[in-house]
Design a protein. Structure first.
Length: 133
């Protein structure tokens, strides 16, 4: 259970309902997920987080599927089970196949493995990899 509980739509303050409505409209859905309900205890954080997510996850130089897959990769590395489930579902809706997911997990696993080896060996960065050289 969430530390402070979840704020359901019918129990939300008017300022929280405005954000909930924007989430549902933007995502073309009729429900609010538990992440938003949990952080709604702090309406300022709710609004800021929603505005940031909306802007960052919008189409840009990276397409929405790529952004969702990056979100899954970071969530796996950070061991956020909620975010893994949420963004895997979103990536699937945007076209991620089982093959893409398996390949993504291979990349995540390899990156985490080699990152730890590099950290343990304290490998110096090659001059050719440094920006501006």
């Amino acid at each position: 259970m969430s530390t402070l509980g979840l704020i359901e739509y019918q129990d939300a303050s008017p300022e929280v309902r405005v954000i909930y409505d924007d989430i549902m409209t933007t995502r073309k859905t009729d429900w609010i997920n538990n992440f938003w309900k949990a952080i709604a205890h702090d309406p300022v954080a709710l609004k800021r987080t929603w505005e940031d997510i909306k802007q960052i996850m919008a189409p840009g130089a990276l397409d929405p599927l790529t952004k969702e897959m990056i979100y899954v990769a970071v969530s796996v590395t950070n061991q956020c089970h909620y975010c893994i489930a949420s963004h895997t579902a979103s990536a699937r809706k945007k076209g991620m196949t089982d093959e893409m997911f398996k390949e993504l997990m291979s990349v995540v696993g390899m990156a985490n493995e080699t990152n730890k080896v590099v950290t343990g060996y304290q490998v110096e960065i090659d001059e050719q990899f440094k920006i501006g050289r």
